[in-house]
Each structure stands twice: as C-alpha cells, then as structure tokens.
Design a protein around this ligand. Structure first.
Ligand code: 5RP
Length: 220
C-alpha cells in the first residue's frame, strides 16, 4: 500500500469501526472525508443519517442515499470523522484547506468523539507550514489582514473562493505555531474573524494515520 489515495481509503475504512449502530454521524469535508463517505454508504442501513460540514459533503452523502440532517435537528452527535491539513501528536490540527472550517468546527464541537483520518504526510512536529485558513466577514478583510501581519503572518486572500457561509478566506503563511491553543483564541478575538483553522481547544480524540505499513491508531 503506497499511493496517497490508498492510504486515505485505508483510514476511511478503519473509521467505520468507530461508528455506533443506529446513530447520526458527523461527516467532514475533503478528499479523505470523501473516501469515508463512500465507505459509510456500505453501512447506510445501519445508521440513521449524517450531519455534513459542507454543502459538498451533503451532496455526496445524498448521492449515496444517506439522509442528511441539520445539526439543529440532530442534536449532539456521538462521533465526527474528518481529515486535517496538519496534525501533531498532541492531536492539534490545522484544518480548512477545503474552506469548510467553520462548519467543521461547529460539528466537531457538537460531537462526543473526533476521529481524524489522515495519510502520514499530515503528521508534523510544529503546525504552520500549511498556511492557516481564517474565515473572515468580507467587509473586515483588510482590517483582519493588518491584524494578522501584526501577529507575524503573511495573509493571502484565497482568490475566487467564497465559503458556504458567504465569507472569504485569508490563508496565513509564515506562522510557526508553538502554542496553538493560545493562538486559536487570539485569532478568534479579532473583530471580523468568523473562525480560524486551528483545532486545538477541541482537538481530535483519535488519529487514524495511513502509513505504508498500515493504519496506525494514535490518541493524545
Ligand atoms: C476541509 C478540511 C479538510 O479536512 C482538510 O483540508 C484535509 O483535506 P484532504 O483530506 O483533502 O487532505 O479541513 O476544510
């Protein structure tokens, strides 16, 4: 097993083992989450439905005949399965490469267990090589960008992209994130920021890491 897609498929399969019967599953966004959705289709008669973290995932779930519920209808969820752009051994993550960070953070917050599914390229010692996505209310774009520069980052507008919530994304380059919990809170306090892509306060509970030697299971 070597190709990146094979690794993603393997962790997606492994995540099925964490889905209780007769439950509503929280489902993430991205290429690894897509593999998970495809695996979920195989057990669709054993679950009640899913809450999706993006319009794209909702469409894919529905395409497999899986009922998509709103989080308001579903209430708290037993489990959320999603990928990450970077993750540390402490289970802190950068997410939002696909631009779905706000809904991902909401569904993760409402879930008892966060199962992160990644190929081994995503495991890092220090977060920040991957540009940190920050979702911003459009009128606050320049103001927030100046605040991000003052914090030592180089924000770049994600050109031609609007989030499912009608906002823009600033991808912040050049941050070496030594204290993700603190930076997550600092960024959330900038007026105009909707969400930042640090998932440190609500970190993952389990990491299923796809490696050429097989799927490794890690916890904090
Ligand atoms: C989307 C995300 C994804 O989880 C992250 O970008 C990883 O995606 P992929 O599985 O395609 O590498 O946060 O907003």
């Amino acid at each position: 097993m070597t190709g990146q897609d094979d690794l993603k498929r393997a962790v997606a399969k492994a995540a099925i083992g964490y889905i209780p019967g007769d439950c509503i599953v929280g489902v993430g966004t991205g290429s690894t989450a897509n593999f998970f959705i495809d695996e979920l289709a195989g057990i669709r008669h054993k679950i009640r439905g899913a809450v999706a973290s993006s319009e794209a995932s909702a469409k894919r779930l529905q395409g497999h005949g899986i009922e998509v519920l709103s989080l308001n209808e579903a209430g708290d969820l037993p489990v959320y399965v999603d990928g990450a752009d970077e993750i540390t051994r402490h289970m802190h993550m950068i997410k939002g490469g696909g631009g779905a960070l706000t809904r991902e953070k909401i569904v993760a917050a409402a879930s008892k267990k966060f199962i992160c599914v990644c190929d081994s390229s995503k495991l890092v010692n220090v977060l920040g090589k991957f540009p940190l996505p920050v979702e911003v209310i459009p009128m606050a774009r320049s103001y927030v960008a100046r605040q991000l520069v003052a914090l030592g980052g180089q924000p770049m507008l994600r050109e031609g992209f609007t989030t499912d919530n009608g906002n823009v994304i600033l991808d912040v380059h050049g941050l070496k994130i030594m204290n993700p919990v603190e930076l997550e809170a600092t960024l959330d306090h900038i007026a105009g920021v909707v969400t930042n892509g640090l998932f440190a306060r609500r970190a993952a509970d389990v990491l299923l890491l796809g490696t050429p030697e097989g799927v490794k299971t890690m916890t904090a």
